[in-house]
Design a protein around this ligand. Structure first.
Ligand code: HEM
Length: 146
């Protein structure tokens, strides 16, 4: 039974708008971390980066994640996506992406405490992960290969 009816496409549009905000944030935050780690712990610049990271998480990343999940689950309910193969893999990838999001939040807290456990090289490498995951997700939802 369709819950959304004619609103389905509007909900899908809103889903995608917040996916864009979420992905932008997921690309930006590890970049911030790289720049942040270049400044001395306890400096003025250090405090500014801590503030920028907290704001990016609070204003863009966390609200977008919640909205993407709520709208995505509404869409899934509407089309009965639970039985579709592409949806299972998409769900796995978006759960992983959400885990990555949570991990980034944790690393921001570490940086705020002056702990810098990852090298710049590792952070840059990690930045490839959301791009690859998003590419696979888009192929899954558009092509629906299985
Ligand atoms: C977080 C949980 C998410 C759920 C439960 C979810 C679920 C869904 C569902 C059921 C659709 C409708 C597919 C259709 O109409 O055929 C959809 C559309 C879409 N989703 Fe998600 N989604 C989620 C997150 C994401 C993320 C993180 C991305 C991108 C990285 C994404 C990208 C897309 C795209 C591009 C479409 C449009 C497909 C089309 O035009 O038909 N979604 N999503």
């Amino acid at each position: 039974m369709s819950l959304l009816g004619a609103a389905y496409l509007w909900v899908k549009a809103a889903h995608l708008i917040f996916v864009i905000f979420l992905m932008a944030g997921l690309f930006m935050l590890p970049r911030f971390f790289v720049y942040h780690q270049e400044v001395p712990v306890g400096s003025d610049e250090d405090r500014k980066w801590i503030d920028r990271e907290a704001k990016l998480l609070r204003i863009i990343l966390n609200p977008s994640l919640v909205i993407v999940w709520v709208l995505g689950l509404l869409l899934a309910y509407d089309i009965g996506a639970w039985t579709m193969g592409w949806f299972h893999l998409k769900l796995l990838l978006v759960v992983a992406l959400s885990g990555y999001h949570g991990w980034l939040g944790g690393y921001a807290k570490k940086l705020a405490r002056g702990e810098r456990t990852l090298t710049d090289k590792k952070l840059r490498l990690l930045n490839e992960v959301p791009g690859i995951a998003a590419a696979v997700v888009v192929i899954l939802v558009i092509v629906k290969p299985f």
